[in-house]
Ligand binder design. Structure first.
Ligand SMILES: [Mn+2]
Length: 254
């Protein structure tokens, strides 16, 4: 297996910086070389429920994903905590383009795969985070079936969209305050401890995830890779069948 892997892109609008960088990732030579593409959550800053309006809103991105799937690549698309309950959207896109379901796999939970003989955990990252009880309560609430029904069938797209724009504005303001360098070190170390806990819990050696927004490439009896905050780090992971590479997109944005 050769693959590329990304998380925490936080695309708000078609044509914004994260969207353009994400298209560079999809069109990169490393993605071209890969048979599998991992999207490890929070690709979109807000994408909740199966509203088909999202297809038009992010047309260029969905067109590119469909093109890559048509070429034979498989996508593993994980829920994040900014984009979730959108399995109906993927089903609609696959159906419109007459593509098989197993080519764009929707995941609500971490996945263990064999990577070159090493048991490897792929996750958004919040599932493995230790010491965050309030967040876990919040997460189990937003993941609940009642919210899924509300998001898919009851609340119209424009309401979900406007609630989300406010929520992400607030979360951005919080992030600016809390992401000082000390906090960064605290978050990085907490996620390294989460990696050690996840190794035991899932019976894996390597862990690849995002969510913390803290770029990392750490070895301690196994490998822990975190993609950081993509609009700032411009990084993604490429596995060439033997080795991992943390690739930086350095081309100027059109
Ligand atoms: Mn997240």
């Amino acid at each position: 297996m050769k693959f590329v892997c990304i998380s925490d892109v936080h695309i708000k609008l078609s044509g914004d910086l994260p969207a353009n960088l994400f298209l560079k990732y999809l069109k990169s030579s490393q993605t071209k070389e890969s048979d599998t593409v991992f999207l490890l959550g929070d690709i979109f800053d807000l994408l909740v429920g199966g509203h088909e309006e999202y297809i038009e809103k992010h047309q260029e991105i969905f067109d590119e994903i469909i093109r890559l799937i048509s070429e034979g690549k498989r996508f593993y698309h994980f829920e994040g905590n900014h984009d979730f309950h959108f399995e109906k959207l993927i089903s609609a896109l696959l159906k419109r383009n007459d593509l098989p379901r197993e080519k764009w796999v929707y995941l609500k939970k971490p996945l263990v795969l064999d990577v070159g003989g090493t048991a490897t955990l792929f996750a958004h990252g919040d599932e493995i985070e230790i010491e965050n009880l309030n967040y876990k309560i919040y997460k189990s609430f937003i993941r609940s079936s009642i919210i899924k029904i509300l998001a898919n069938y009851v609340v119209p797209f424009r309401i979900v969209d406007s609630i989300g724009q406010n929520a992400s504005k607030n979360s951005r303001e919080r992030n600016v305050k809390s992401y000082s360098s000390e906090t960064n070190e605290y978050v990085r170390d907490k996620f390294r401890r989460s990696f050690k806990t996840a190794q035991k819990k899932y019976g894996v050696k390597d862990v690849i995830c995002g969510h913390s927004h803290c770029l990392d490439n750490y070895r301690e009896d196994g490998l822990y890779l975190n993609n950081g905050f993509f609009p700032a780090t411009r990084t993604f992971t490429y596995y060439d069948g033997n080795n991992y590479h943390q690739v930086v997109i350095d081309q100027p944005i059109d």
